[in-house]
Each structure stands twice: as structure tokens, then as C-alpha cells.
Design a protein around this ligand. Structure first.
Ligand code: ATP
Length: 458
């Protein structure tokens, strides 16, 4: 099926409670979104799927959670204060500001040029100023006085927390190379390019892992993580391989710390865009922090009897950008039972925000107690929703549109035979199951039985 256009998905995301433009009642705020009840579940499920693959299912990766606001020296040592800059230009006529690299990529619309071939303002064709460097980190002040000495930064990535804690983590967990430290967290960048929904926002969540290894093995691990991460998008999230590609950075494009970077790109409705970057960061970060802090961030290699500075391979993924990809990727229009078009969000069950909807056939007082009983049976195990409004057909449509894999329907026969119907989102097939077997039947279909937040397993 062809990818839907962005507007269709943005409108569904708002209508169904996934993503809302932030502060809409005040006219919104550029590149800023709020996540609604379903968006927050979807984010949680993506994060958990990543954590499962990167930490739970592996022997060689541990997690951590670093402070957001920390000593500004971290960002001086990492090179962000000096280098996390993007060149900006202003239109002399309309005063709009643009990032030069995004202007060249056509992020503001088709590239316009003057007679001499110089790029001009994409809005009104006005002449542009010379580029000026602009640091993308947000600054704040710690304490009551707003002066140079109180400056602190909001983190533009999660990686530095893992570098500055390398020795703490390695020694406390008694880890041997190769090993990784994983973290999921919010990052902030002062993005001025219109963001195309949640593709590019001021505040976004990242899922990053720093994999420390012996220098001579770095190239092998770099290749390993490229393959492993690509596999994750296809096999765990169910993204079609035709809409994914690998793009290796040219020498000129490489970041100052990188000996090699490969992006995993997705084919968005506007073209290919980065979803994750895998970089061989060499020993740059550990060395930079060792030099700047005066504290040696090294590893004692028992085999050689030497202290070495490990190399680092970093798969850095965007959680919220992945959410945008899933909304685009899973959006499907196909015929319903009667041949009318229905919209289905074909999320993998493990990713779907709501796993089970419990639907009494009608809003009838007789059906209600049994339907509530079934709901109470299901909800400690899976994120479930109870809905008794409108016709059953419209409720199925609503659940299809939010991607709920299974609907459990309680009808008048259920009062007699103590059985319910399970409806499959994708095949629309319905099977009758005794209530006594319902949990087993759902477990069989949903794979893992995961507890809903704040509830217990039986
Ligand atoms: P881009 O070129 O799109 O600005 P980047 O190369 O600067 O991204 P990285 O620093 O490699 O991005 O960050 C890793 C991941 O974090 C990206 O692949 C992307 O998924 C996500 N990401 C980066 N910036 C943003 C943003 N402003 N909004 C949402 N996600 C982002």
C-alpha cells in the first residue's frame, strides 16, 4: 500500500489522542507537540521494545539514567559548546531565518535561486544574509543569578552521561569489554526548521547505547550494530524493508568525533530521512573527558596488563521520530466486512497502545455486570479499554483506527453460555471462547502477558 500523506496521519493522531500540537489554545508553539493517552502508550511500548532488545535480552548491555542538567564542563569537553553549531541565514526582506543545510535539502519547499544561481528565500525570493553560526543547545541558569557563571545546558543528546559514568558503571557492575550502556531520555535542540510534525521537534526522546570495545574490534562491532539495528526495525517493529535503507556518511560529512557513521533512513512522504545514526566514535569522548577533567577514564585490560581507552560504537535512535514512522507505516485502508473502506493502524500487538477492547454488544443494564467482570479479568494483564457507546460496528471501526489487535464482545448469549467473542483486527474473524479460557486465548494471541502499569499479575 502507498504511504499515506502526512496530513492524513497528523489528523488521525490528533482525533484519536496520539499527538496534539502543543499549546493549541494559545496558537501553538513551533516544533512542539504533546502526547495524548494513546501516544504515551505507544511511546512506552517503543521504548520497552528497544530496552528489551538492547538490555533485557543481552548479557553485555546495562542501563542507566543520567541527570538532564549537569555540570556545563561536560558540554565544553564534548565539543558541543564549540561545535554544535549550524549555519543560519536570514531573508533580508521577510526576516525569516533558515538553516543553510536544510535550505539546500529543500526542507522549506523547492529550492529557489536568483539569476546568479544563489539560493534565495524560499518564501518570497528575497536575498539571504551571509551564514552565521548558531549553537543549537538551549541554555538555562542554575541558581538565582543569571550570569556567565550560572549557565547550564539542556542536553542535546544522551551520550555524554554514559561517557562520564564509564568508570562508575564498569567498576560497579564489574564489566569486561566489550559492553554497552543504554539510556532512553529526552533531549533538546533549538531547531528552527519547520518540523514536519514530530519528525523534528525542540524536545524529543532518544534511545542511545554506547558500546565500549577494544580498538582493534571497533570496525567489526560497527558493522554488527548496523545490521542489528536494521533488523530491529524490520523484525520487532514490523517496518517494511523497502522503506528502509542504509546511508554511509562521506568523509566530508562525518562529525568531528566519528571514524564512520551510517544512518538508517526511512522513506517519509517527503523523501528519505534519518531514523537512527550508528557511529564509530573512536576513543574521542573518553579521551576528551579524561583530558578536560583530569580524571583518567580508562579500562584495565587483564590480558595485556595495560590500561587502554576503549573505542565506542553508538547506535543513536529517535524514539519520537520512530513513533512518527509507525503512524505512517501502520496506516492502512482496506475493505471491512461489508466491503466499505476501513482505516486500520496495523501496529504489531506488542506495540499497539491498547491491546484489548472490551465491548458489550449494547449499552444494556443486563450486559453491563458481565462485561465489567470480563474487563476486570483482562485489565491487570494488558492495556485494555472498555467502551459501550454507539453501535458495535462503529466501535470496531474506532478500535481498528487506533490499532487495537483484539476486541472482546459480550452479547446476550454470553449471559447464558458464559462465553464471549474475540474479534481479530486484521482478519476481522470472530471466535467464541468461554470466559474461563479467555486469558489463555488472549495470551496465545498477544504473545507475552504484560501487566498494565500499576496493576498486578495473577
Ligand atoms: P538530523 O540530521 O535529522 O537533524 P542528527 O543527525 O542531528 O539528525 P543525531 O544527533 O544522530 O541526529 O540523533 C540521533 C537520532 O535522534 C536521529 O536519528 C533522530 O531520530 C533523533 N533526532 C535528532 N534530532 C531530532 C529532533 N530535533 N526531533 C526529533 N528527533 C530527533
Amino acid at each position: 500500500m502507498p504511504a499515506p500523506d502526512l496530513e492524513t496521519v497528523v489528523s488521525l493522531a490528533k482525533r484519536r489522542g496520539f499527538v496534539f500540537p502543543s499549546a493549541e489554545i494559545y496558537g501553538g508553539f513551533a516544533n512542539t507537540y504533546d502526547y495524548g493517552p494513546l501516544g504515551v502508550e505507544l511511546k512506552r511500548n517503543i521504548r520497552e521494545a528497544w530496552w528489551r532488545s538492547m538490555v533485557l535480552e543481552r548479557d553485555d548491555v546495562v542501563g542507566m539514567d543520567g541527570a538532564l542538567i549537569t555540570n556545563p564542563k561536560v558540554w565544553e569537553a564534548s565539543g558541543h559548546v564549540a561545535n554544535f553549531n549550524d549555519p543560519l541565514v536570514d531573508c533580508k526582506r521577510c526576516k525569516q531565518r533558515f538553516r543553510v543545510d536544510h535550505l539546500e535539502e529543500g526542507a522549506y519547499g523547492p529550492v529557489k535561486r536568483d539569476a546568479a544561481g544563489r539560493i534565495v528565500c524560499p518564501i518570497d525570493g528575497g536575498e539571504l544574509t551571509e551564514p552565521r553560526l548558531f549553537n543549537m543547545m538551549f541554555k538555562t541558569h542554575v541558581g538565582p543569578v543569571e550570569d556567565e557563571a550560572s549557565i547550564a545546558y539542556l542536553p542535546p543528546e544522551t551520550a555524554q552521561a554514559m561517557f562520564i559514568n564509564f568508570v562508575n558503571v564498569q567498576q560497579s557492575m564489574r564489566l569486561k569489554l566489550p559492553f554497552g550502556i543504554a539510556q532512553t531520555r529526552v533531549s533538546f535542540r533549538n531547531e528552527i526548521t519547520p518540523g514536519r510534525f514530530i519528525f523534528r521537534t525542540l524536545e524529543f526522546e532518544q534511545m542511545e547505547m554506547e558500546y565500549f570495545c577494544k580498538p582493534e574490534t571497533a570496525e567489526r562491532w560497527y558493522r554488527y550494530w548496523i545490521e542489528e539495528r536494521l533488523r530491529w526495525y524490520v523484525e520487532v517493529l514490523g517496518i517494511s524493508p523497502q522503506r528502509l535503507r542504509l546511508r554511509e556518511h562521506s568523509k566530508e560529512e562525518l562529525a568531528h568525533y566519528s571514524a564512520g557513521t551510517t544512518d538508517i533512513e526511512y522513506e517519509f512522504p517527503w523523501g528519505w530521512g534519518e531514523l537512527e545514526g550508528i557511529a564509530n566514535r573512536t576513543d574521542y569522548d573518553l579521551k576528551a573527558h579524561s583530558q578536560y577533567s583530569g580524571v583518567s577514564l580508562t579500562y584495565y585490560d587483564e590480558e595485556s596488563g595495560q590500561h587502554i581507552v576503549p573505542y565506542v560504537i553508538e547506535p543513536a535512535a529517535g524514539l519520537t521520530r520512530t513513533l512518527a514512522v509507525l503512524l505512517l507505516e501502520c496506516y492502512t485502508v482496506e475493505p471491512d466486512e461489508k466491503g466499505d473502506p476501513r482505516v486500520v493502524m496495523k501496529f504489531r500487538p506488542s506495540i499497539a497502545p491498547i491491546k484489548v477492547a472490551v465491548l458489550p454488544l449494547s449499552k444494556n443494564e443486563q450486559l453491563r455486570p458481565l462485561a465489567r467482570k470480563v474487563f476486570d479479568l483482562v485489565r491487570p494483564h494488558w492495556m485494555a479499554q472498555y467502551d459501550d457507546t454507539q453501535s458495535i460496528g462503529r466501535r470496531y471501526r474506532r478500535q481498528d483506527e487506533i490499532g487495537t489487535p483484539y476486541c472482546v464482545t459480550i452479547d446476550f448469549e454470553s449471559l447464558q453460555d458464559e462465553a464471549v467473542t474475540i474479534r481479530d483486527r486484521d482478519t476481522q474473524a470472530q471466535v467464541r471462547v468461554p470466559i474461563a479460557n479467555l486469558l489463555d486465548a488472549l495470551r496465545e494471541r498477544l504473545g507475552v502477558c504484560e501487566p498494565a502499569p500499576g496493576s498486578r499479575r495473577d
